[in-house]
Design a protein around this ligand. Structure first.
Ligand SMILES: [Fe+2]
Length: 334
């Protein structure tokens, strides 16, 4: 049944988009859900009808990543997602650890999408922080599962802005652990700083992430995200000054790259002393971004990405860069 213009307009005010995969946490919706196709809402799922895995998979494959639900259902989905995550975290090390960690990573990624929509929700942010901290403990104690967890998340159809922080943070943790220079506590701190470093992206309108060419205004918007992340996190989650500093400056390598292109010398923020840890976080963030597909470009090979990164970090950290090459080769070999 086609909806009238008035009905369409009302839906526009009443509905909220949600990643289709999030429906997995509910058995049914109290109100109908809609797709948005060719500029209009279409009924996608009736109220009270059972939500099956088949429906979710079919919708994701044929219609899209987002479905539109009423506020009440939106709140129930978020609440159930949080509840599921808490339950999962309690039993992470019981049974099949790889399966548990993969599921936990997927749920954290869905919840991260909710945080991007509402970055001022204190309870949601601390919940995400605590649960990702527990995940990092599991990863630290189970080296053998890092590759599987990474690849399983990389395959999922989440929006790239929601997947990227977890993917790069798994690599940060895994690589730091392989270097055998850091304590578990240090690695955990860098994992968390890496994972929350892009939360300031929540101020950027979603459609900007699909563009290949950005206006000067958009570029400023993007370049401010690291400082915004630091401001958003400061005092709300237990991150120390070093972690906050790293978050604020996590794009320093990108700036170094831009300076290199312009034949200029890069000067870091005065209060920011880059160390090997910051270089690792920044390098792996760039590496994951370059080797993952974007709506406006193909993914590059790991070889190409490393060749590029060599120009910016191998002078300062020659030994670590050699280790990184070997690590990436092993991590991504099929
Ligand atoms: Fe970033």
């Amino acid at each position: 049944m086609k909806l009238s213009a008035t009905q369409q307009h009302r839906l526009n005010l009443e509905l909220k988009p949600i990643f289709i995969g999030q429906l997995i946490v509910l058995d049914e919706l109290t109100q109908p859900a809609f797709s948005f196709e060719q500029g209009e809402y279409k009924l996608a799922h009736a109220a009270g009808k059972s939500l099956t895995k088949e429906f979710i998979a079919h919708y994701a494959k044929n219609i899209g990543k987002n479905i539109f639900v009423y506020q009440e259902d939106y709140r129930s989905i978020n609440f159930s997602l949080k509840d599921e995550l808490t339950k999962m975290t309690r039993s992470l090390s019981i049974g099949d650890i790889t399966k548990n960690a993969s599921r936990q990573v997927n749920f954290l990624t869905m919840q991260m999408a909710n945080i991007y929509k509402n970055p001022y929700d204190d309870e949601l942010l601390s919940h995400q922080f605590q649960n990702s901290k527990n995940l990092s403990t599991l990863l630290l104690n189970n080296k053998g599962i890092h590759r599987d967890i990474y690849h399983s998340l990389a395959k999922q159809s989440f929006h790239y802005t929601h997947k990227q922080p977890m993917l790069s943070s798994i690599l940060v943790l895994s690589f730091m652990q392989s270097l055998k220079q850091f304590s578990d506590k240090e690695i955990q701190n860098f994992f968390l700083a890496s994972y929350f470093k892009d939360i300031g992206m929540s101020f950027i309108p979603r459609e900007k992430f699909e563009l290949s060419n950005l206006s000067d205004f958009d570029k400023t918007l993007f370049s401010e995200h690291s400082e915004n992340s630091m401001k958003l996190l400061n005092g709300r989650v237990p991150l120390n000054q070093g972690q906050l500093n790293l978050i604020k400056n996590h794009h320093y390598l990108n700036l170094k790259i831009q300076a290199l292109v312009r034949n200029e010398v890069y000067h870091a923020d005065q209060e920011f002393l880059s160390g090997i840890e910051s270089a690792i976080v920044s390098t792996l963030d760039i590496l994951v971004a370059m080797t993952s597909e974007r709506p406006y470009r193909e993914a590059l090979s790991h070889y190409k990405a490393l060749e590029f990164l060599k120009r910016v970090i191998s002078d300062e950290y020659p030994q670590e860069f050699k280790f990184l090459v070997v690590f990436i080769k092993n991590f991504f070999q099929s």
